[in-house]
Every structure is written in C-alpha cells, then in structure tokens.
Design a protein around this ligand. Sequence first.
Ligand SMILES: Nc1ncnc2c1ncn2[C@@H]1O[C@H](COP(=O)(O)OP(=O)(O)O)[C@@H](O)[C@H]1O
Ligand SMILES: [Mg+2]
Length: 480
Amino acid sequence: MLQRVLLGVNETKLEKRLLEVLAHADIVVQPLLRKGILWERVGREPCDLILIARSLVPRPAADSVRALRQLPDAPVVVVLLATEEPEDRAELLAAGCEAVLNPRLSDEMLWAVLSTILDKRRAAAEERLSRGRPLARPRLTDFVSASPAMRAFMNVVRRVVPTDSSLLILGETGAGKERLARAIHAEGLRGHEPFVTVNCGALPETLLESELFGHEEGSFTGATRTRRGLFELAHRGTVFLDEIGETPHHLQVKLLHALQEHEIQRIGGERPITIDVRVIAATNRDLPGDVEAGRFRMDLYYRLSVLTLTVPPLRERREDIPALVQSYLDYFAPRLGRMGAAVSDSALEALCRYEWPGNVRELINVIERAMLLYSGREIGLGDLPESISSLSAMACGELPGVPARAEPFPRAWLERPLRDVRSEAMAHVERAYLACLLAETGGRVGETARRAGIEPRSLYGKMRRYGLRKEDFKTPRDDA
Ligand SMILES: Nc1ncnc2c1ncn2[C@@H]1O[C@H](COP(=O)(O)OP(=O)(O)O)[C@@H](O)[C@H]1O
Ligand SMILES: [Mg+2]
C-alpha cells in the first residue's frame, strides 16, 4: 500500500531533512511549504500522516488537531515541537496527536518513530480492506479438490503461485474464480500485502475509473474531494479485476497503460504515480470471442493472459460434490446452530446428479437452505429444491435395495385397457412413494405415516400389500 505524508514545516532546511528521512519507495511525501495558505491546503489532500510544525497549527491546538483527524481518511497527526513545553505537548496529545516529536532528534530516531506509526496505520487499513470477507485468506489446501479434474487443475495452479505475472482466470459463475485468486495471492510472493477487488461490471464508467485510479478534487461533478484509487491502495499487493470482460473500451486503454508502464494517473491529475501491483483478472465470458468480435482490446487481452487458468465447472467434477457438501455442512453447523447435521444417502445422490449451473455458489446456497429447513434426523430429499430432489434415484424409478416390481413404464401395459393400467400405475406410484419415504425416515412407520398424511394402520396395510418391510429401510445407525 502506498502511503501519503503531508509535510508542513516552514524551514527549508528541516523540510529537506525530513524528505530524506522519509525517502522510501512506499511513501509519497507532499511538502506544503507556503506559509499562510498551508492550513487551507491541508484539508484537501487525502493522506495517512500529517507531519506538521507546531507553529503552523492554529491555536487552540486541541480544535485544530481534532479538525485534522476528521479529514477524509482520518490521518494520524504528528506535531514537531522544538521547545520543551510540557503543557503544550500534553494538550496536543490529549487532542489526539499520535506523537509530538522534537525535530532535533537524530534522523534514525525520527524514522524509527514515523515508520512505526505508518506500519501500524497500514496494518489497520489492510484489515479494513479485507473485513466482511469470511475467507479473506483462503489457502490452496482449503480448496476442495477430490476429483481427478480438480487435482490436475490444482497442479497447474501450484506452478503459477510463485510467479508474478498477470493472470487471467476463466470459468463459469460460482466456479471459484475469486476464491482461487485470493488463494494464489495469499500463497504467493505478495501474500502479506493487500488484495483489492474491483468488479468492472458493477459501476458506471466514470465511477469505475475513479475507483481504479482515483480522482483529484473537482475533476468531475461529484468529485468533491481528492480520492485514492484501488491501484494506489493495492501498492505491492494484488488487484483482482473481476468481470474484466465488462470493462468499457476507454478504460481498457488506461488499464493497458497501467500494466505496461506501472504507473497510473488520477482523473484530473497531472503527475503519474508509480505503482507496483500484480493484476489477476477474471471473467465468465468468452474473452477470446470478445476479442475476435472487437469488444475487447487484443493488446490488453494478451497482456492479461500471460497465464490463463480455466476453473472446471462443478458438473465436470462431480466427485468433488460429497466433499464440498461435507465442508459446507461443517461450515454452517456452528453458525446455524445445527451441530452434527448430515445428509441422507438419497439426498446426496440427488446432489451428485444435478447439473449445478451456478456451480459451487449454488451448492452452498442449497446446503444453507437445507440446513435451515430440515426437521428429520438428517437432511433428506424433501429439504432440497424440487429441481434437485426430482433427480433422486428413487424418483427416477430405481429403488436401491428394493426390487422394483415393474419398469417405470412396462410395455405390457400397452396391451391392456386404460382402466386396468391406471389402477396398476397408481399402485406403482404409491409403492415408489412409500419406499422413498421409508428410506428417508429409516423405516420408521410413525414418521412415515405422519409425513404421508395417512394413519399408521393404513400404512401397515399398504406396506403389506406392496411387500415393503420396515427392516429393509433401516440405516446401520439405527441398529447401533
Ligand atoms: N473448491 C472450492 N472449495 C470450497 N469452496 C469453494 C470452492 N470453489 C468455490 N468455492 C466457494 O464458492 C463460492 C463462489 O466462489 P467464487 O470464487 O466467488 O466464484 P466465481 O468468482 O467464479 O463466481 C465462494 O463462497 C467460494 O468460497
Ligand atoms: Mg465472482
């Protein structure tokens, strides 16, 4: 992260010295050496630290320091005080100054204090940037990858981690592109620096530009204050450009410049700002197709896609589903107060058959919903959305462990009158239904009857008629 220091001293010699003390690649110092208008200028520049001589702070000092602390970005204030005036010093500290330093201290001592203050501030800012993200530092090892497709993919990913080139992640929505980007960042060379995300499809053009590169005060309507862009905030870290395919054409040019020249310019700004960031871009669009159709700049595409990873969709790695289900059962159990939640075999089977157009994100939503809904011993077919539960083997006419009496649609029916077929089909459906329900309840008649909305006695009668025995539906756990 690039930090800004506003330097307000009215002695050229001291200013020069402090500029040298603060000369560091990650610190930009702006000297404000014009007595008189200094106080007005201070409030316009966003910054992390205001280092200011006591003589330039209007009295009463308490009010002035408070005003500084309330500026955008809430900078920390350090006052330079050459004389020993204990009362004055105490007043400044009480008003919220981070430190009061005597400019006669050695260069080393000044740097030791100022760099400590800046480090603390940087840590707090990074904490703020990552707040609200449950998996701010996901690891590659947390990535469920039980399937051969995913294991092969992760082997490629591991080779990309130690590099510092731009990276393009392709894949369907919800497949794990952002999570992958975070993990690659966290385990790579920049792992301890910020990871900043921008959704290039979510903002109108001017706002997106300002979000990325920042703006100077008054550069467009609404730009009432100078603001730093995410490229500046991500200095030394990684910028994740999500939905890169949605970036307006004019910004594609600016992005390319930032990537090639390692510098950016705020909107309305005059001087370029050098930045050191790794860019990881992602999209669910067919980016090469967009390039061909002229919607996306070819030069930018080549620049971004030095390395390209394509996350396989969940339906191409169904072996991951049981492990993903388990890992999200474990994740939600304490959060939803449903410890020990489990999924029935038939429900798991349906989950494994589903196509998952929304990939892992959809699966997480289905699990969370089911964990809120289920009332039986475990999550059953009935707790899953219809589009998924209808895929269960039983719903498809296969009754595991229970020999089916007839095929779903026996050809022999075609030889007989409809009246006969109808009653036989009804019996067929009734039997399949009861078998499913018994499987779900582990053969418990009371619960099955309740869920079917019939009397237990009537259920016993039907079970006898259809040759369904409750012992056949007992799960091993019931015997224990
Ligand atoms: N392999 C995985 N293991 C565990 N969770 C995953 C995995 N892949 C994706 N997720 C989770 O699925 C959700 C969607 O992933 P995300 O990275 O946002 O997808 P995308 O950016 O491709 O739309 C996130 O909550 C993410 O943590
Ligand atoms: Mg995403």
